[in-house]
Design a binder for this molecule. Structure first.
Ligand code: GLA
Length: 359
């Protein structure tokens, strides 16, 4: 028997670097996917079409040499641990329309897809929240990235034409309708972002320090509190905390702006988020800022900002009309300045991981 599943990538409208700080996020799944084909086999054998590589492994704690294979092995290892039984082996093929390393959660898409696929085939009876949590644990413990819960929740739980407001403090979530929402375009800067390289974990530690020094969780922290502790916090933790406090508020303001269909306000909040990620969280890059500044100067654009972990990756653009031509001009200037090209594509908000019926 052959089984096929498709698992989406995600964007995040607002709420960046708030998830691992017990705050709010507002992601959505997009119509770019990791496709996974499972065939029963006598051993685990995973092939990725994008890299044209395959790896055979058994399910144990040992890491594979090929980093990409650890996302698959780690997902299955942690699923096995959770259900406390051996999973029968599969030949798995990975095909993708979702760019890797572009800040669109190709890793969560893959890991949630693997766990969801196996749990359906094996009738493991796991709900989508649990699947997200197993994938999250696997990425933290097996792959070694201390990411928050946003990506896995978005990939597992997303609904068509909706954003999901997630309170990462307790996993509570609700859907926010995006019917009538302006156009969303993703601009991939072409600068690969790698969560496994230190900057992300360093930010996490700087944020944890703010909780330790103030004795408050972020939702109870205020700007006046961190102002009064600025010296003890040190400049880095102070700036990171200020970003998280204000970004949490921006998520709540965004919900009101969407409900009011106030697209100017939506764009304004997106721009403010970028300024904060650049100046307070310090995770943008010259390439990303070059693009964001030029895109934000376009007449039909409500707002653009970097999304995801930072240090490269993609930009989300909210606009009144199609801006393909204008983006082409920006790309020419970008190429002249940095010698690399950006890619852009409009996206639609899609539903979470699902099975494809072959017949
Ligand atoms: C990455 C992580 C998420 C989140 C974002 C930043 O995408 O995987 O958990 O922390 O960065 O908002």
């Amino acid at each position: 028997m052959t089984y096929v599943f498709k698992s989406p990538g995600r964007i995040n409208l607002i709420g960046e670097h708030t998830d691992y700080n017990g705050g709010y996020v507002l992601p959505a799944a997009i119509d770019k996917y990791t496709y996974l084909t499972f065939e029963e086999s006598d051993h685990f054998d995973v092939y990725t079409k994008d890299l044209n590589k395959s790896v055979e492994f058994s399910i144990d704690e040992r890491k594979e040499k090929d980093t990409w294979a650890n996302y698959v092995k780690g997902a299955i290892f942690h699923l096995t641990k959770y259900v406390k039984k051996t999973i029968k082996p599969f030949k798995i093929e990975i095909n993708s329309t979702l760019p890797i390393g572009a800040g669109l959660s190709s890793s969560a898409s893959l890991m949630v897809g693997i766990i969801y696929g196996i749990s359906k085939i094996e009738r493991l009876n796991l709900d989508r929240e649990r699947i997200a949590e197993i994938a999250h644990e696997a990425e933290n413990e097996f792959v070694g990235v201390s990411c928050g819960i946003m990506d896995q929740y978005a990939v597992a739980l997303a609904k068509k034409d909706s954003f999901i407001l997630i309170d990462a403090a307790d996993g509570h979530y609700e859907y926010v309708s995006a019917i009538g929402f302006p156009k969303i375009t993703i601009v991939d800067s072409g600068v690969k972002h790698e969560l496994t390289s230190g900057g992300y974990n360093m930010r996490r530690n700087e944020c944890a320090r703010a909780i330790e020094i103030t004795g408050k969780q972020f939702k109870e922290m205020t700007n006046s509190l961190i102002d009064s502790k600025r010296k003890a916090l040190g400049e880095n933790s102070y700036k990171r905390a200020k970003h998280v406090i204000e970004e949490n508020q921006r998520v709540l303001d965004m919900i009101t702006a969407i409900e009011n269909k106030d697209w100017e306000k939506v764009g304004w909040l997106v721009k403010k988020s970028h300024e904060s990620l650049k100046n307070l969280f310090e995770i943008s890059t010259d390439e990303i800022d070059f693009l964001v500044d030029r895109i934000n100067a376009l007449e039909d654009v409500y707002g653009a900002r970097m999304i995801g972990g930072g240090f490269g990756g993609s930009i989300i653009v909210i606009s009144k009309s199609d801006i393909k031509m204008q983006l082409k001009e920006i790309n020419d200037a970008y190429k002249r300045q940095f010698g690399i090209e950006m890619k852009s594509y409009p996206v639609k908000l899609s539903s979470g991981v699902r099975k494809i019926n072959l017949f």
